[in-house]
Write a protein that binds this ligand. Structure first.
Ligand SMILES: [Zn+2]
Length: 328
């Protein structure tokens, strides 16, 4: 059964747009394919205020059993009564359950501290993957989640900690402390993760409405009231924008519509300097004086910002840097 599902999944398209030449994730992007709310067996909808990050391995060495395949497996309804928040492989991170909802991953029961207080991260061990890189990407993700939720390294634990299961199997064998050191190495001395993440969700009309900073970005561009809530009015304006750009008018902000929304001119140091409102947008994000002039000081701060997102530090605000500035 599982073999069949994975065979199907590997035929899906493979996005390598975030890969550097060496095959590492440059921009740590979290992709989402959430378990439908109707699947209450694996997405119970219980509130989670996370104070632990629990680390797992998928234990599935089949070819193609990568992060995307696991996200799809969870979204289709995993036959096992098990679920988890994130799956990581050597190129991608997929999220299946929001950070503020409980998953069933820790094997310590419905009211166990592991299940009720953890964000669970699964690392892929598929034989056609690169486990060392997957581990590194998981460390980056964990570092980011620690910062996001104020979780200390002492609360980054193994699945084994909760239930005694030999999980994460390979990491337990090669040394847990080495993995924790890898997580620590993903933060600078002030605890700021080296790789910040960009969370580019597919935004659409749902009940309850989706909300967040990414929706504010959409609303500014389509001319909606900027309240960060994706309701029918915002959706209608998105449809108009799509029509104007020859896109299918489904009101869903997916990859193509995001491209239109995030489109900005490329900013760089020139003589005389570039000026404008878009420069102010950048300056606000990189904590430069907001005078609308793309000067050397702004460029230096852009370079620092790029470094924190694992982008190439050229001081030029192109497509990827704009994405990080607007959605990071
Ligand atoms: Zn586990």
């Amino acid at each position: 059964m599982q073999g069949y599902i994975f065979y199907f999944m590997i035929s899906l398209y493979y996005d390598n747009s975030i890969l550097s030449k060496r095959g590492e994730i440059v921009l740590l992007e979290i992709k989402q394919k959430l378990i439908p709310r109707s699947l209450t067996g694996t997405r119970p909808g219980l509130y989670l205020n996370p104070s632990y990050i629990t680390v797992h391995e998928t234990d599935n060495t089949e070819k193609g059993a990568d992060a995307r395949a696991h996200a799809n497996l969870q979204a289709l309804g995993n036959s096992r009564k098990a679920s988890w928040h994130y799956t990581v492989d050597e190129v991608e991170i997929w999220q299946s359950i929001p950070d503020n909802e409980v998953s069933w991953a820790c094997g310590d029961g419905r009211n166990g501290t592991g299940n009720r207080k953890s964000i669970s991260v699964e690392i892929c061990v598929n034989s056609d993957g690169d486990f060392e890189k997957a581990k590194h990407n998981a460390a980056k993700l964990i570092s980011f989640l620690m910062k996001k939720h104020g979780i200390s390294i002492s609360n980054v634990v193994q699945h084994h900690h909760w239930s005694g299961k030999n999980c994460p199997r390979n990491i337990r064998k090669s040394g847990w402390q080495a993995f924790l050191n890898l997580v620590i190495s993903c933060s600078d001395s002030s605890g700021i993760p080296i790789a910040n993440t960009v969370n580019k969700r597919t935004v659409k009309l749902t009940k309850p409405y989706m909300h967040g900073n990414d929706i504010k970005v959409i609303q500014k561009v389509v001319g909606a009231e900027v309240d960060g809530i994706f309701g029918p009015k915002t959706m209608n304006l998105v449809t108009k924008l799509q029509k104007a750009h020859g896109l299918s008018t489904d009101g869903i902000v997916g990859e193509k519509t995001w491209k239109v929304i995030l489109k900005r001119r490329t900013l760089k140091l020139t003589n005389p300097p570039m000026t404008g409102e878009d420069v102010k947008e950048v300056q606000k994000k990189v904590h430069a004086p907001i005078d609308g002039i793309y000067d050397a000081k702004t460029m230096n701060l852009v370079t620092k910002f790029q470094k924190s997102y694992g982008l190439s530090t050229d001081g030029i605000v192109g497509e990827k840097t704009w994405e990080a500035i607007l959605l990071g």
